[in-house]
Design a protein around this ligand. Structure first.
Ligand code: CA
Length: 240
C-alpha cells in the first residue's frame, strides 16, 4: 500500500500585510488543499478559510458513499455554497471568493480538482509538469492562440480569474485523476509562487531538496527573494 508524505507552508510575502492563502493537510484521508482568497477588507482571508474548512469537514463523509471524484465535486459544491452564502449575508464580504486546488491521494491514484489560478504540478523522474490550466483571461487567450505563454507570464490579465469559488451560485471545478508512481512529488501552490518563479526554477529547487518540509521552505524563500509581492503557499506530497 503506497504511503504519502505531506508538508505545507504559507508566508505573507514581502509586500502584503495579510495572508489570504489557506491550506490544509488531512493525511488520514490523503487530502491536501490550498485556497487563495480575494476580496477587500480581509474578506479574502474569510473566503479561503471558509472554503478549506468546509471542504475538509464535508469530504470524509462523502468519501464513505461516493467515488473520489464525485465526493470531491460534492464537497467543492458545498464549499462554494458556504462562501457564496456568507458573501451575500454580509456587505463587508460582498464579492469575496477564492481559488481552490485539491489533491486527494487514494492508494496509487491522485485525484485533482481546481478552480482559479492556484496550480498543481507533478515532479516525476526529475521533470516538472503542470497538471492544471489557470482559469484566467491570460490563459484563455493562450489556449485560443492569441497570446504566447511567455507574454502570459507578465500579462496584467494573468491574475484576472474567469472562475472562482463563492462568486457565483454554481461552481465549475476541473476534475482529473491520474496514476501515481513511487517517488512522484505533487506540488500545490498559489500564484504568489508561480508569479515569482519560473517552472524551471521550481523544478530545480524541488530536485535539490529531498526533504519536503525543507523544499517547501526553499521555494518560499526563493519567491520572497524574487520580490515576494504576494502571499506564497506551497503544499508538497510524495508517494513513498
Ligand atoms: Ca495570490
Amino acid at each position: 500500500m503506497p504511503q504519502w508524505t505531506m508538508s505545507g507552508r504559507t508566508d505573507t510575502g514581502r509586500v502584503r500585510e495579510n495572508n489570504e492563502d489557506t491550506f490544509a493537510l488531512v493525511p488520514e484521508i490523503g487530502l491536501s488543499v490550498l485556497a487563495d482568497g480575494m476580496g477587500g477588507h480581509a474578506a479574502g482571508e474569510v473566503a479561503s478559510r471558509l472554503a478549506v474548512d468546509t471542504l475538509t469537514r464535508e469530504l470524509p463523509t462523502h468519501l464513505r458513499t461516493l467515488p473520489a471524484l464525485q465526493a470531491l465535486l460534492q464537497a467543492i459544491t458545498e464549499a462554494n455554497n458556504a462562501v457564496f452564502t456568507a458573501a451575500a449575508r454580509d456587505p463587508a464580504h460582498a464579492g469575496m471568493g477564492t481559488t481552490l486546488v485539491v489533491a486527494l491521494f487514494e492508494a496509487a491514484t491522485v485525484h485533482i480538482a481546481h478552480i482559479g489560478d492556484s496550480r498543481a504540478y507533478r515532479l516525476r523522474s526529475g521533470q516538472l509538469d503542470r497538471l492544471t490550466q489557470d482559469h484566467t483571461l491570460a490563459q484563455e487567450w493562450v489556449t485560443r492562440g492569441s497570446l504566447s505563454p511567455e507574454a502570459a507570464r507578465v500579462s496584467p490579465y494573468r491574475n484576472v480569474l474567469t472562475r472562482a469559488v463563492g462568486t457565483e451560485a454554481e461552481v465549475q471545478p476541473i476534475l482529473q485523476e491520474a496514476a501515481a508512481a513511487p517517488e512522484d512529488i505533487y506540488l500545490l501552490c498559489s500564484d504568489g509562487l508561480t508569479d515569482m518563479l519560473t517552472d524551471a526554477t521550481i523544478e530545480r529547487l524541488l530536485i535539490e531538496q529531498m526533504d519536503l518540509a525543507r523544499a517547501a521552505e526553499h521555494l518560499i524563500e526563493a519567491a520572497n527573494a524574487a520580490g515576494g509581492v504576494d502571499n506564497v503557499t506551497v503544499v508538497l506530497a510524495r508517494m513513498d
